[in-house]
Design a protein around this ligand. Structure first.
Ligand code: FAD
Ligand code: NAD
Length: 464
């Protein structure tokens, strides 16, 4: 039974922990899937590469408002797909090769198998090629095993067949029609991708709105625009699924009663769950929340001393920049057990790369109301700034919430072009405690650039 100083389970953000500073330790890394994890292989990076191509394919649908008539002559799906994976797959393979064979990693054993705890700090690794299992023990573990898509319990769905974000990007050919179950991040991004490539997109929502986690005004605007582009079936329950030849048939129940929906392909996008159950973290004494997220303290340590967790297995944010931050915290704490640092989750931003884009940080207005905090709101439309005139944007806006007495920003929400970049000065202002007045007037804002949206929104705040 090999014993290690440190074992890491999962090669997403977990893979970035080991560096030359760990050279004196006997270490191992365990990975059951493709090296590099979700973000690199089936998450952030490929989706954004598809979104970029989709943004380009969609320009003819809105260029005529500028007096420019464009036509989309074709979408070569296999080339789009192969451009994405032609770049990503070698990175994953190179990452595995580096850990297995490079001089830098002489002290690292790579186990390409599935880990499952069988006792206190005891991990059994099983291999798909029939090799006998190996049992590893270690003084310290890092749980970085991520999560997986949730699949709803709909009668007939398994037999009908469906995709998740893990498989949808590798399709052989574009379908004529796609139906997406769910209305969150993945639904919003893939609906844009497939609609831009000419696929008829239906989105089935159990509620009345898409991206319901966003500020209420942002969710309402996004839903209104989505309804113009996709067949949005709101307040629907999927009762059953069946296959009729090449067609997948969904029986829905909604406000108008029963309805039948025919489609070519189903994409399930109703959330993800942590892999703590499959890893059986309870067997090593690690506790989880009802959601399945591993419980960690501010140092990212679980209730078992020496076992740390990071990223989607423990973080409710389920975002790569959070997993990366937590990985740096864990790395520091492993290297400096007597001078540990805490993770900073005060102002975690996110973006949804759809069309329009959405970006957000801090409290939504409904959060602020529910928490009973004192706040004022300002809004600035893209249509009211010079760059918005250039783009002829009529639907985007920035919405800010601030403490009326101190001017400290409480939340920022943007829907519109480049929202994911335009929001950065607000994240910075909040993180460094710069109040709205100082942020607006303590620096130049390039004229007539898009961040004038932020400058104006800050100046519009009705502070005391
Ligand atoms: C479609 C999609 C798009 C996304 N887009 C964005 C985005 O634009 N921006 C953003 O910030 N976030 C995005 N995310 C979220 C982001 O991908 C995750 O938050 C991030 O990858 C989590 O990293 P991690 O290291 O915690 O887990 P992962 O990257 O999932 O790594 C976990 C690894 O552990 C392995 N593993 C699991 N169980 C075991 C086991 N028992 N034994 C051995 N190995 C195991 C897995 O195979 C995997 O390789 C997206 C996610 C998806 C699904
Ligand atoms: N741009 C990004 O940062 C990005 C992009 C994609 C994914 N992600 C990450 O991946 C996670 C998963 O994405 P997602 O879109 O699957 O989840 P999500 O939580 O964003 O959205 C899930 C959607 O499914 C609905 N839903 C939940 N259970 C349902 C059920 N039983 N029946 C019908 N609808 C149901 C929810 O109301 C919601 O609309 C996200 O939370 C996010 O953290 C991030």
């Amino acid at each position: 039974m090999p014993h290690y100083d440190l074992v890491i389970v999962g090669t997403g953000s977990g893979n970035s922990i080991l560096d030359p500073r760990f050279a004196d330790l006997k270490t191992a890394i365990v990975e059951k899937g493709t090296f590099g994890g979700t973000c690199l292989n089936v998450g952030c990076i490929p989706t954004k590469m598809f979104v970029y191509a989709a943004d380009v394919a969609a320009t003819p649908s809105h260029s005529s408002r500028l007096g420019v008539d464009e036509e989309l002559n074709g979408v070569r799906w296999p080339e789009i797909r192969d451009r994405v994976f032609g770049r990503i797959d070698p990175i994953a393979a190179g990452g595995a090769e580096y850990r297995k064979n490079h001089e830098d990693n002489k002290n690292v054993d790579v186990y390409q198998g599935e880990g499952r705890f069988t006792g206190m700090k005891e991990l059994r690794v099983s291999f798909s090629d029939g090799r006998p299992d190996e049992v590893l023990t270690a003084d310290r573990f890092v749980l970085a095993a991520g999560g997986r898509p949730v699949v709803p319990d709909i009668p007939g769905l398994e037999e009908t067949g469906y995709h998740t974000s893990d498989s949808i990007m590798r399709l052989d050919a574009l379908p004529r029609r796609i139906t997406i179950l769910g209305g969150g991040y993945i639904a919003a991004e893939f609906a844009h991708v497939f609609a831009s490539f000419g696929v008829d997109v239906t989105v089935v929502l159990r509620s009345g709105a898409m991206v319901r986690g966003e500020d209420e005004d942002v969710s309402a605007r996004f839903t209104e625009l989505a309804a113009e582009r996709f067949d949005l079936r709101r307040d629907r329950k999927v009762v059953s699924a069946r296959r009729e030849g090449d067609t997948a048939v969904l029986e829905l129940e909604g406000p108008q009663g029963a309805e039948t929906l025919e489609t070519d392909l189903i994409l399930v996008a109703i959330g993800r769950r942590p892999n703590s159950d499959l890893l059986d973290v309870a067997a090593t004494g690690v506790t989880t929340k009802p959601s399945g997220h591993v419980v960690v303290d501010a140092h990212q340590e679980t209730v078992v001393p020496g076992i740390y967790a990071l990223g989607d297995i423990s973080s409710p944010y389920e975002l790569k920049h959070v997993a990366n931050h937590e990985s740096r915290v864990v790395q520091h704490n492993l290297l400096h057990p007597d001078d540990r640092m805490e993770a900073d989750h005060r102002f975690v931003p996110h973006a949804i790369f759809s069309s329009p884009q959405i970006a957000s940080v801090g409290l939504t207005e409904q959060d602020a109301r529910a928490q009973g905090v004192s706040y004022v709101v300002s809004k600035q439309d893209y249509a009211g700034i010079a760059y918005g005139w250039a783009m002829e944007d009529t639907t985007g806006f920035a919405k800010l919430l601030a403490d009326p007495a101190t001017g400290q920003l409480l939340g920022a929400h943007i829907i519109g072009p480049q929202a994911s970049s335009v929001i950065q000065p607000l994240i910075q202002g909040m993180s460094f405690g710069v109040d709205a007045r100082a942020l607006a007037r303590g620096q130049y804002w390039i004229h007539p650039a898009m961040p004038e949206l932020i400058e104006n929104a800050l100046l519009n705040l009705p502070l005391d």
